[in-house]
Design a binder for this molecule. Sequence first.
Ligand SMILES: Cc1cc2nc3c(=O)[nH]c(=O)nc-3n(C[C@H](O)[C@H](O)[C@H](O)COP(=O)(O)OP(=O)(O)OC[C@H]3O[C@@H](n4cnc5c(N)ncnc54)[C@H](O)[C@@H]3O)c2cc1C
Length: 470
Amino acid sequence: MTVTTSLPGSSVPSAADRRPWRSRARRDAVVRTGAAAALWLALLGVDWMWAADGGLQALTAWDTALTSLGQITGLASAALLLAQVLLMARVPALEAAFGRDRLVGIHRLVGLWSFNLLVAHLVLITWGYAAGSITAWPATFWDLMWQCPGMLLAVGGTVALVLVVVTSVRAARRRLRYESWHLLHLYGYLGAALALPHQLWTGQQFLARPAVTAVWWTVWALVFAAVLVWRVALPAWRSWHHRIQVTGVVPEAPGVVSVHLMGRRLHRLVEPGQFLVWRFLGQQGWTRGKPYSVSSAPTSRSARVTVAAVGPASTAAADLQPGTRVVVEGAYGRLTRRARTRRKVLLIGAGSGLAPLRALAEGLDYAPGEAVLIERYREHPLFAAELDHLAATRGLGVVRLPGRRRADGSWVGPGFDGDDDERVLRGWVPDVAERDVYVCGPPAWTQSVREAALAAGVPAAQLHSEDFGW
Ligand SMILES: Cc1cc2nc3c(=O)[nH]c(=O)nc-3n(C[C@H](O)[C@H](O)[C@H](O)COP(=O)(O)OP(=O)(O)OC[C@H]3O[C@@H](n4cnc5c(N)ncnc54)[C@H](O)[C@@H]3O)c2cc1C
């Protein structure tokens, strides 16, 4: 079995790549501003629909005010629900501009507001139909559910959305396996789809204006088309086009293996620092995609992922056979040169979180002294020979910090008594505040590095991190 690492002759940046991050950064900033503006415009749009239909005038009497507030909360909730679906549709421009972790954070916030408004809508509109009598609320709700067109479907949709929200609460999430949570989360699409008919069949704003109905239909159709194109069609096409297969598996450390892959134009598929969701066909449980970052800068023909065994799928990676075909989704993530704002960089990783940083150490453009990599590990450092090679040939500074973390909430190991986390960081990298800091590792550890870096004067815009969690 022949396995090549991508170090010699791999995609070390060319002269043409030297300053790309500035123009990409501007483009990403435009996308972020555009996305925020589109969200606020959508909310303003539904406010306009509501006001144009006499929503404001209805606020003068108790029962009509309840119905009117029920309508605007319902419209705003539906607009946010669509935004939520779009945020997770893997739209390439959004993925590149925000990065996965930030998109997930915004998706959660928008989802929370959408859900709160949905509950308000349900309570207020039923209360309004009950002529402002709270005691008549249950009977009115029952009647509406059975008599209004599309309402039973909407109730079913609401139940699906409640399921999604309840299982997304942190305490509930911890009790679930990722796969179970993910499967339940797909009910969100069902919830959104079931809610649509009652809006169009009974919503006053739609019944009165066919043009508004047409726009609403179009927006919903576009959002669902985005999901189909970017979550289904594009991954299918990419998997076919790049024809990825396993060429070999190499042990890196106890419980850690590198899976070497070959394919077509892989450097166009994924850049150093990004991850893909991998399905190794024929492997047990292959239907459940697993996210792994590339651990070397991909060449046109080859790429590599490095996998730490923590559960069934990651343990089975050691048994992958050459020739195994691979289906991928992605690439995703913004832990790349795209996020770069400064010449100097600090890469800091723990455990398998070192994988994307190892790829970045190879793929980024830097002069000797401009890039430093700090590795935290318990017993066995990863990629030791490759990092030493990068140190010798490209002037990468390498710092290895072995041992268990000295305490929860600290990012460093033993041997720094008397120094706080921030002083340790500045001790190793005195000019840390002038660097872009790329961090990758388990969520709690990543958080403690972020805190130390911020305390050491690194501006938030220079901090780029990825959690290996969900
Ligand atoms: C963006 C990202 C990049 C990653 N890159 C790497 C990498 O380069 N190398 C590496 O060794 N590990 C990486 N991981 C972690 C890796 O995906 C999990 O360790 C792996 O999926 C575990 O699967 P399992 O079936 O072996 O274990 P399970 O028992 O199924 O899971 C163990 C733990 O892994 C996490 N996990 C499982 N499935 C997923 C999923 N689909 N998405 C997110 N988290 C999941 C959960 O926290 C779970 O508790 C990455 C994770 C993320 C989110």
